[in-house]
Design a binder for this molecule. Structure first.
Ligand SMILES: [Zn+2]
Length: 394
């Protein structure tokens, strides 16, 4: 019945067979208007109403060309074969799918007519639908042209018709070659604009799928491009969501006048300015600390040793680099949380770490030139640390 009367949302039918397990039920009806899905179009959902029971149908399985409805049973009575029931379709969901599907045929036909691009796949998702085109390239101009032409064609109000015919009897030229092995074909024609074999459910008139909006396109493989689109009511919903996001973003950037891109660029400039300012301050801080370290450094043999407390841990790499550039050959630095580092341009860092670990409970490691670690219990003073260093150097 879903093929015969695509706009029917309620019908009477008779239960032919049932399988029940707890609240789960599978029902086979004499006739149904719930489409089991196929050809890129998702299945329908709905409800079957019996005498003192009802079933919410969320899935289907097809076996031997028969559609079994799968769902949850409610009520105190179990359905019986032969019982007359009412089948109610979730019409909103189905009509949305019909709109997307017919829009897909129109878009695919336009891609084919204007650029010779063939549609390899089609799928409807919750927020958009997707066409897969066989092509190596797809430009913005092509997408814009296809969108405009397809909307123009839809506006003409072309009739959508379906018929079943045997393979040899197809009157029109088809956009797509039918699958091998099918004796009978179901043909969906849109005026004289498009004709293809298709098992899906469509609207009656192309005006019903307006507007059609391509959302984005991207390359999936070297020869397949994906085009995402929306049509009909769904297009308004999705476009409204996009607009809402747009206005909210403008507001969040503390600027309410479009275009958004100007606000984003101004924001980026501000960030870039702040980052370069921060770099300058960071450098000045490192420079000051190293100057202090150099001034308070002790000369032991050929080594210039500096021990620092309260170093800014995040700046340790810059500190080590700068200290080395200022002639400090050994730097021991401790920060507030008990983390420490030992830098030695002459490769003694590991030896110092070993000695420190004999005197204090620590965790740490590193290379001959730089070790890092943390004091787990007591944090020694800079004087104590200097003593450790001197023991190694002597
Ligand atoms: Zn189709």
């Amino acid at each position: 019945m879903y093929y015969k009367e695509p706009y029917l949302s309620r019908m009477k039918s008779v239960v032919e067979d049932i399988i029940i397990s707890g609240r789960s039920i599978e029902i086979l009806l004499e006739d149904t208007l719930l489409y089991p899905g196929g050809g890129g179009q998702p299945h329908d959902t709905g409800r079957i109403l019996g005498k003192k029971w009802s079933a919410d149908i969320t899935l289907h399985r097809v076996s031997n060309d028969k559609v079994w409805h799968i769902g949850t049973l409610f009520g105190s009575v179990i359905p019986e074969p032969g019982e007359i029931v009412e089948v109610v379709l979730n019409w909103k969901r189905r009509y949305d799918f019909m709109q997307q599907h017919t829009a897909q045929h129109l878009l695919s036909a336009t891609f084919f007519r204007l650029y010779g691009l063939e549609t390899e796949g089609f799928q409807i998702f919750d927020d958009h639908s997707k066409i897969e085109l066989r092509t190596e390239s797809l430009s913005k101009e092509m997408l814009e042209t296809v969108e405009i032409v397809t909307n123009e064609v839809a506006k003409k109000g072309l009739e959508v018709t379906t018929y079943i015919t045997s393979r040899g009897d197809v009157q029109e030229e088809l956009r797509k070659v039918p699958k091998e092995g099918l004796k009978f074909l179901r043909i969906v024609s849109i005026g004289n604009y498009d004709s293809v074999p298709c098992g899906g459910i469509h609207v009656r008139n192309t005006k019903e799928v307006l507007p059609i909006k391509i959302l984005r396109a991207y390359k999936k493989t070297s020869s397949i491009w994906r085009v995402e689109f929306v049509a009909g009511y769904r297009a308004f919903r999705v476009l409204n969501d996009i607009l809402e996001d747009y206005w909210e973003s403008l507001g969040a950037l503390n600027r309410s006048t479009p275009p958004l891109i100007d606000a984003i660029r101004a924001f980026e400039d501000e960030i870039t300015k702040r980052i370069s300012e921060e770099r300058i301050w960071k450098y000045k801080l490192v420079e000051t600390i190293v100057k202090f370290a150099r001034a308070s450094a002790v000369k032991i043999g050929r080594e210039i040793v500096a021990v620092l407390e309260d170093i800014p841990w995040e700046l340790r790499d810059s500190l080590v680099k700068e200290a080395s550039a200022h002639g400090i050959t050994m730097l021991v630095g401790v920060c507030k949380e008990g983390k420490f580092l030992v830098f030695s341009s002459r490769g003694l860092a590991k030896e110092i770490l070993q000695l420190v670990s004999k005197l204090y409970k620590i965790k740490g490691g590193g290379s001959r030139n730089l070790v890092q670690g943390v004091f787990l219990e007591n944090v020694p003073s800079s004087r104590d640390l200097l003593n450790v260093v001197m023991k190694v150097l002597r």
